[in-house]
Design a protein around this ligand. Structure first.
Ligand code: SF4
Ligand code: SF4
Length: 137
């Protein structure tokens, strides 16, 4: 089975904080995972940013199961933004972006950002000299 990696933002309501929701799905589906961020808010809700690597169908099942438990599941990529006012149009990011989400139009030379293609790999955020690529939390 071809593996894909997805970075997900999981929000846990208070009642799920003490439940082993993640370890249950990790064991059940034998998932490769990497926790990128974990925090509990003052209102005792949990937030986890996790990278899962598995087949597409399994990933869909995992997401369905998490949602069924009451976890709010979002794609991390949906939170990647470009601040157009900051962008210098330097093109540094276009050579790094693995999916073509950042690309330069050969005619107009304009560097555009297509959020639909972004997989939230972070490469542009680390490299952008203007801090124009941001994660909106
Ligand atoms: S690296 Fe930053 S400043 Fe340069 S084109 Fe990309 S988003 Fe714009
Ligand atoms: S986060 Fe990664 S995939 Fe998304 S625009 Fe930046 S380099 Fe491309």
């Amino acid at each position: 089975v071809k593996k894909i990696s997805r970075r997900l933002v999981l929000k846990f309501p208070r009642r799920l904080i003490d439940r082993p929701v993640i370890s249950d799905v990790v064991h059940k589906y034998q998932l490769d995972f990497n926790i990128l961020k974990a925090q509990i808010s003052p209102r005792a809700e949990g937030l986890l940013v996790i990278e899962l690597s598995t087949g597409k169908e399994i990933l869909d099942s995992v997401i369905r199961e998490l949602k069924g438990c009451g976890v709010i599941v979002e794609s991390l990529a949906a939170r990647v933004r470009r601040d157009d006012d900051r962008c210098l149009q330097c093109g540094v990011c276009t050579g790094l972006c693995p999916t073509g989400a950042l690309s330069r139009d050969p005619e107009s030379q304009y560097v555009s950002f297509d959020p639909e293609k972004c997989v939230a790999c972070n490469l542009c955020m680390d490299a952008c000299p203007a801090g124009a690529m941001q994660l909106d939390f």
